[in-house]
Design a protein around this ligand. Sequence first.
Ligand code: NCD
Length: 307
Amino acid sequence: MEKLKHLIKMEDMGKRDDIEALFELSKAIKENPEKFRNQFAGTGKRIATLFYEPSTRTRSGFHAAAHELGLGVIDETAESSSCLKGESLEDTIRTFEGYCDGIVLRHEDTKAGNRATAVASVPIISAGCGKGEHPPQALLEGFALNEKKGKIDGLGVAFEGDLKNSRTAHSLIKLLSLYKDITIHCSSVPGLELPKEYVKLMEERGTSFSQCSPQDIPRDVDAIYMTRVKQELLKNKKHDTQRYFMDQKRLDTFSKDTLLMHPLPRNAEIPSSVDKDPRAVYFKVARDGVPTKQAILMATLQDELSL
Ligand code: NCD
């Protein structure tokens, strides 16, 4: 695997082989955490996590990954930043690059990743920028699908909810479309359909795509990827989300092998009563995401990568 310069969009990961190399590394870390622990201890290397939007899993997951690897962590959020005094993102990046060896950035502006890489001399990892992409989440979800289904080629995956604003769905769709014989079903809340650029990309890559209603998702689909409606982006606009809801009764209409995924945080679209169903894997995927975040940090900060 080539050293990663930046990770802003899925294309920055390179080809399918590079993604698979990252999965291999994630698997090696997951199976033998001791071997990879404290790799960077004593090197003085640090990352900064610069989060201008709320986060639970991505920020703390990167902290956990950095601690596992023996990397120092500088943590900055919007509340503690001079952005409240009007400092630009560019000036903040130029300051932080003097304090660390890589920056994990979350920002409300879809272009923030590109704005950061335009001025940064250290690698930038986007942990979700605006309505665009969220490559680390897609990589850990791709890893989970590959692990749980044994392969990604040939999978059918249904995406449901707010597919317009879900950056995790956007990156995961890009990842899946690199594989063979993939079928994507999009059960979008009306008005919150998948942006055309992703539909075009699937066409170009030969991924079979259909827009469908919740009841038309095939019962034997390999995974259903639910997303919350990002109400904070929709201001007061109300969407009819009632049918985009996965309770036990609906889940039981699907195959016993259909995985129920969600990037989290969830709102009402999956009630907690479903969590005990073995097909509901979202908390497990979040926990297992730490080795993938370690692999991303290693691919970004280490010159020579080996298992
Ligand atoms: C998501 C995000 O921030 O894009 N969560 C995540 O990182 N796992 C999803 C969301 O906010 O709905």
